[in-house]
Design a binder for this molecule. Structure first.
Ligand SMILES: Cc1cc2nc3c(=O)[nH]c(=O)nc-3n(C[C@H](O)[C@H](O)[C@H](O)COP(=O)(O)OP(=O)(O)OC[C@H]3O[C@@H](n4cnc5c(N)ncnc54)[C@H](O)[C@@H]3O)c2cc1C
Length: 440
């Protein structure tokens, strides 16, 4: 890769050895920055020969500690593989693994198209990272998660061999769908180097409204009704303390004169006038207060209250981040009761709830705990599973949730995961300790 693309000085390694939350600190001996698929294959082959673990890293915005290594070895940074080419005829984009989500959005928009997956971390998170975590984000309700967008993939497997299937044919039923397998594999089966992604038409005109509501439970209930409104693109839940913290930590002005127990941010799109599409929603919600934005700058201002939660919570010290999904009929009950579950286990903890409410998904963030104190995590995860939910809605398992995987996955499923791992990464060098822990 060239001497200048191998970093080993302690100060150069620091950023690559610390995850975004600051909770997980790794011990890579070197960072290697290949610029092409061939160079990635060369790096993997060298690591296999030497028995060095390899952890792929994109933007390092992952929130479950999957992008840092605790087994030493090499962090393979994909950031130099950042080419983006739109195939307008096919309505697809071919992007290097290290291209940021933001750069893909920008290129798609220049050709009148859009990429469906969008996250607040868009300017750092990479295409490879979003595939490896099967990122969800703000538009899952109508457009699906990352897995729903990937039509072709190129990757280097754990034995150094390259798989490449980037043709992008609209119909192609020739066996196992490897893009699906690599979506959510968290760097444990292969290093993704390039992908072909589906683009869609740009959203029709949009409007965004922020509603103030009287309780977390009523907001969660309302979110589930809103998902059935055809014009609704996104519904995000926030609570009083979270929104107040965002204003305090970021300097954003409070959205309303008073504070309220809960807030829903709702985005609608409509061919004609999106404000008309908002009207029945405003009437139906009977909110205490509402702020509406039809212009892009106003919409960004309202979205910022939601998007800046993650950074605001980080100002309190490394949080425990549990992103979970509940069956829709248990969602409001969970939102109402989970703070009590945490406080009953660790009274000193502070609980922050926000999230993609239309899908029954909520981020349970806990601050005020030592990084290694997992009693509250255990209580929440066990509670989620007992209600029939998932312990990871979108961030993956990483290192943070390995010990709870069996709450959601049977022994037979985990054994099948292990056989896939053995087949694609026979030397076991790809991201040891992540997703499957030390089991395999
Ligand atoms: C402010 C903020 C908001 C966020 N919002 C959301 C959200 O709404 N929805 C959501 O899903 N996530 C969200 N995230 C989490 C994060 O941005 C996503 O998980 C994202 O997909 C990670 O991309 P990355 O390039 O930063 O990956 P990294 O953090 O670098 O890596 C994440 C995992 O993917 C693996 N990996 C990375 N690149 C590759 C590759 N090329 N090949 C194989 N494995 C690879 C790593 O080994 C690691 O296991 C948010 C994070 C922040 C900080």
């Amino acid at each position: 890769v060239g001497r200048e693309h191998v970093l080993s000085a302690p100060d150069e390694l620091l950023g690559f050895n610390t995850d975004w939350t600051g909770r997980f600190v790794g011990n890579a001996a070197a960072v290697v920055r290949p610029a092409s698929t061939e160079e990635v294959a060369g790096v993997i082959a060298a690591c296999v020969r030497n028995g060095w673990p390899v952890t792929a890293q994109g933007g390092n915005t992952g929130l479950v500690g999957g992008g840092i290594t605790r087994a030493g070895g090499v962090v393979l940074s994909t950031r130099r593989i950042d080419d983006v080419r739109v195939d307008s005829a096919a309505g697809q984009v071919i992007a290097g693994a290290g291209a940021t989500l933001g750069s893909v959005h920008e290129r798609a928009q220049q050709t009148g198209l859009s990429y469906a997956v969008d996250l607040a971390s868009r300017d750092s998170a990479t295409i490879g990272g979003t595939i490896a975590t099967n990122a969800g984000g703000l538009r899952v309700l109508r457009r699906g998660d990352t897995r729903a967008q990937v039509v072709g993939i190129e990757a280097v497997l754990g034995d150094g061999s390259v798989i490449s299937h980037l043709g992008g044919l609209a119909r192609d039923n020739t066996g196992y769908h490897l893009p699906s397998l690599l979506c959510g594999s968290e760097g444990t089966l292969a290093v993704v180097t390039r992908a072909r992604l589906r683009l869609s038409n740009q959203l029709a005109a949009r409007a965004v409204a922020l509603f103030a509501l009287e309780s977390a439970k009523s907001a969660a209930d309302a979110a589930l009704h809103l998902r059935r409104e055809p014009a609704v693109e996104a519904v995000e839940l926030m609570l009083r303390l979270g929104l107040a913290l965002v204003c305090e930590a970021t300097g954003l002005p409070a959205p309303f004169p008073g504070q309220h127990a809960a807030y829903l941010l709702v985005e609608v799109s409509a061919g004609e006038d999106p404000l008309l599409a908002l009207e029945p929603i405003v009437e139906g919600l009977a909110a205490i207060d509402v702020a509406v934005a039809a212009d892009p700058a106003g919409q960004r201002r309202l979205w910022a209250y939601r998007e800046r939660h993650t950074e605001a919570i980080n100002t309190l010290g490394p949080p425990h981040k549990l992103d979970v999904t509940l069956p829709l009929d248990a969602f409001a009950h969970f939102v109402d009761t989970v703070p009590g579950v945490v406080e009953g286990t660790r009274p000193q903890a502070r609980v922050w709830l926000f999230g993609h409410a239309a899908e029954g998904s909520v981020h349970v963030n806990i601050s005020g705990l030592d990084p290694d104190d997992e009693a509250a995590d255990d209580a929440v995860m066990t509670y989620v599973a007992a209600l029939g939910g998932s312990i990871s809605a979108e961030h993956g398992i990483g290192r943070a949730k390995v010990r709870w995987l069996s709450l959601n996955r049977s022994e037979a499923e985990i054994a099948a995961f292990g056989r896939l791992k053995q087949a694609l990464d026979p030397a076991g060098i790809l991201n040891p300790g992540v997703l499957l822990g030390q089991r395999i």
